[in-house]
Design a protein around this ligand. Structure first.
Ligand code: N01
Length: 538
């Protein structure tokens, strides 16, 4: 019996912020389009990352859709940086307001996609047995959506529950009266640790690499301030569009760009700066971002601030980041992180003094001894930027899989397309500003670019678009060029931007560091020149 195929113009994978907007935009263009989402609801990252303390590190007024002035006026944020439940509610509100759910299949994983050269269409299969036949295939699967739980020896022997921050149970976890162990002190761990410490009987933190983290400066957003924001939205969006990172300020602060040179300061100057600005003193100097010696001076200021915050000198010493520059990893922001280590019910295991041997039935055995607890939390991050694309078995022209094409690291043209994969669009992918910017704003630009591109193809009876090898190579060279000399690619830097958190992953700096305005300019120029660097076939 012939397979029952559903014919569509476009299939989108993912119903997070990117998938929702892609669905809205392509439907607005008159396309028949459907989104597939493995979760039971919309929200993506904000659906899965429900761990205690989860909140955004970009102000909500900026980390929100800008495409609908009506939506901007209707939605009211209650905090400067909203917590996960509020952001998830916002995603749900958007899905309902624009009636997006009718074209989303929830609880459904897209398992494979094959490009058929004879029809120039994609044949897409889901784990629910659906077969979809679509002209365009859009991966809106997110940059941080494939959780990574390292293969700790003996993990299967642990008697209590194990939770990954990126796969948190919908009903939450009750830590009261429990002893808890947490592995990982990245953004997720840094947010979760203070909140779990408040609730649990005892928390043991297993830290392999201390992070540099700055206070979030979050606070409630009073109604009169929100009302002013609503009046100012047009200006706010304009400022975002001109900003390198598609946002302004850092966390809850709106400091002016740095002007001083740390190398021209004295020890006394730097100590005074700490007195006045606390941890934010490290952001006063412009040479810190480009000069490793200057950077180390700022790191030393940072360490001094940790010593000032943590009461026990040995505890402070164990929390000090060393051996890699500020600005290497994605900035972490926190609420009372270091203060948490002044609590009586928190133990810090600095794995630099002796690593993990194995997980046992009752805890973790390390070189420094055995630590017992009832519940284990893995705040161990993600197979970032490529994991979610390679999680789907995508096979393009000449039977070549994306996994093969990216075996030596991800390769894209403008972060939007890949040679050998016609009519496949990627959103927030390697080679795009994505994680170095306000993801919602830079994604909105990509979706609008894609929608205009598809409209152009349809108007000109073009059936396929595919990146050209030379254009892709030139773009990769440019992506590498602009990353060079930044702290992100310093030899001592290991981060998920580089794939360094996953054993065996090629070390390649994945996002585009040239800034959001420059990226937009390049994409617009490509479109204006009739999609230069792409092969268009009638
Ligand atoms: O993950 P991470 P994350 N043994 O990879 C440790 C976004 N985000 O989920 O550094 C022991 O940063 C690992 O140690 P090390 C944001 O973009 C945003 O925290 O590899 N430890 C590290 O400490 C962020 O950057 C927000 O030595 C092990 C931790 O686990 C990104 O998501 C909130 C280990 C992983 O840190 C990822 O953050 C949360 C092992 N075998 C997340 N393996 C906000 O918006 C790993 N670790 C605020």
């Amino acid at each position: 019996m012939a397979e029952q195929k559903i014919e569509l113009d476009a299939v989108i994978v993912g119903a997070g912020f990117a998938g929702l907007y892609a669905l809205y935009k392509l439907r607005e263009s008159g396309l028949s389009v459907r989104a597939y989402e493995r979760g039971a609801d919309v929200g993506g990252t904000w659906y899965w990352n429900r761990y205690p303390g989860a909140r955004c590190d970009v102000t909500s007024v900026q980390y929100s859709y800008s495409f609908s002035p009506e939506l901007e006026q209707e939605w009211t944020w209650t905090e400067i940086m909203a917590a996960q439940p509020e952001i998830l509610d916002y995603a749900r509100y958007v899905a309902d307001k624009f009636d997006l759910r009718r074209d989303i299949r929830f609880g459904t994983t897209v398992s494979s996609a094959r490009y058929d050269e004879s029809t120039r269409r994609w044949l897409i299969r889901t784990d629910q047995g659906e077969v979809l036949d679509a002209r365009y295939f859009v991966m809106a699967t997110g940059s941080l959506s494939t959780p990574n739980t390292p293969q700790f020896e003996g993990i299967e022997n642990f008697q209590g529950p194990v939770y990954h921050t990126g796969l948190w149970p919908e009903d939450g976890v009750d830590f009261s009266g429990k002893t808890v162990g947490i592995i990982g002190t990245g953004s997720s761990g840094t947010q979760a640790i203070p909140v779990i410490a408040e609730e649990a009987a005892h928390l043991t933190v297993f830290q392999r690499t201390p992070n540099y983290t700055l206070p979030a400066n979050n606070r409630p957003l009073p109604p009169e301030e929100m009302a002013q924001v609503k009046r100012d939205y047009a200006d706010i969006r304009r400022t975002q569009q001109e900003a390198l990172t598609a946002m302004y300020g850092f966390g809850g602060r709106q400091d002016a760009p740095p002007t001083l040179l740390i190398k021209e300061t004295t020890e006394a100057d730097r100590m005074r700066a700490l007195d006045e600005h606390g941890f934010f003193a490290v952001r006063l100097y412009k040479d810190v971002a480009v000069d490793l010696e200057a950077n180390e001076m700022a790191c030393e200021m940072y360490r001094e601030m940790v010593r000032r915050t943590v009461a026990d000198p040995d505890m402070a010493e164990r929390l000090l980041p060393r051996g890699y520059p500020l600005g290497c990893k994605r900035p972490v922001i926190d609420t009372d992180y270091y203060q948490t280590f002044n609590r009586d019910n928190v133990t810090l295991v600095d794995l630099r003094r002796g690593g993990i041997n194995a997980i046992t039935a009752t805890g973790i055995d390390t070189e420094q001894g055995h630590f017992e607890f009832d519940v284990l939390v893995a705040a161990t991050g993600f197979d970032a930027m490529t994991g979610s694309y390679l999680g789907v078995d995508i096979v393009g022209r000449d039977q070549r899989s994306l996994r093969d094409a990216w075996a030596e690291g991800p390769r894209t043209y403008l972060g939007l397309q890949v040679v050998g994969f016609p009519n496949l669009f990627l959103l927030n992918a390697p080679g795009s500003p994505s994680v170095l910017t306000n993801m919602i704003t830079s994604m909105e630009f990509q979706v609008e670019w894609m929608a205009e591109c598809i409209a152009y193809l349809d108007q000109n009876q073009i059936r396929s678009i595919e990146a050209i090898e030379a254009a892709q190579e030139a773009w990769i060279a440019h992506v590498n060029d602009v990353a060079e000399g930044t702290m992100h690619t310093a030899p001592s830097c290991n981060s998920w931007y580089l794939g360094a958190n996953i054993p065996g992953k090629p070390r390649i700096f994945m996002p585009y560091a040239g800034g959001y305005p420059r990226y937009k300019e390049k994409c617009r120029e490509v479109a204006a020149k009739g999609y230069e660097g792409f092969r268009l076939s009638a």
